[in-house]
Ligand binder design. Sequence first.
Ligand code: FES
Ligand SMILES: [Fe+2]
Length: 419
Amino acid sequence: MLHVPHTPIGALLARRRPGYGLEQPFYTSQEIFDLDVEAIFGRYWIFVGVEADVPEPGDCMVVDVGTTSVLIVRDDDGNVGALHNVCRHRGARIVHEYKGTVGNLVCRYHQWTYGLDGKLLFAEHMAPDFDTTCHGLKRVHLKSLEGLLFICLSENPPGDFDVMAAAMLPYLVPHDLRNTKVAYEEDLIEEGNWKITMENNRECYHCSVNHPELTVPLFAYGFGFSPEKLDEAGREQAHRYECLLDDSHTAWEAEGFPSRTLEHLDDMDTGYRTQRLPLDGDGEAHTLDTKRACKKLLGNITNPKLGALHFWTQPNSWHHFMADHAVTFSVLPLTPDRTLLRTKWLVHKDAVEGVDYDVENLKAVWSATNRQDGELVGFQQSGVKSPAYEPGPYSPYTEGLVDAFANWYVSRLAAQIDG
Ligand code: FES
Ligand SMILES: [Fe+2]
């Protein structure tokens, strides 16, 4: 166990300057990386996938978090559960493929066989007094928020998940994510610390110059701007956006689509933020022509112009839910300077590829945006390694949400190492 109230990491946390980036070791040190995996990814709710990853009984998905391997399994009753992917005999990993379908979970080593609920069903050659009921696969806490799967590796998960879930439910229900399918998914390994990946996502300061595709549907001004520095055209655009945001929220809420901002990014253990944002052009989806990418809309939605409902969770996810499709992102740390960004595009489960949607069109904006962000993350990582690096100030207009991420991280890490 780590006891560090007076350790160098404790001191680094204690002297964090609000409104500024983190000091170099938070992005580069193996020791802090290991602590992140244990005290952040090991104790808080992390987003790992969607129910549509395991649509049928027997479907199974492996998610690796640090050295922990978790099986997400749909059992014969249709319930999704999470189990440790570690055989109770001699500890072999049981499932090796990312996704598959199984009858039972059979360890290849000596064929110990577990049910989809983790119960040990069969173990040959064991002693007469061997008790199978004591040797089931260990369970991992899992919650499905309208089909979004969160796990917590701790024995005592933060209790405020349900507070977040209750607040988010009305926003998510209309998009009916349980009745979607994964139309496409993409893993990208970014050459940076996981916190750099998250910080990059928490601002759009960099969008106008770096994301030609994303800024077709998305208003960069939706994420803040400095009022004094705007020129005439900028002021006009900002004003147009403010009016559009307000009018859109009023109209969507009247139609039964909660849209106004909820923000608890650093005042809850299960920190989150949501807001429904208008889109530019035809206003239908994150596509290059701003029209829907899928003819079949989600759930019972009939209005294609619902903008994009953004949902962010600490420490590792963001999501965009539109009338016709949804995009989910999970961030998983690999090493101090490598991070897995896993993106999934979801469409209605009955939508037919080639008829209702075209995968290239569906993924065009975010595939390109992810690649661009991956490059920026790499640039930042290589810069922060330099002895010349010192944390710089965040923009009070466009980087408040980066600051909120850093606040959440610093205060939660401090709470874990003190506690
Ligand atoms: S290690 Fe799994 S059956 Fe022996
Ligand atoms: Fe970006």
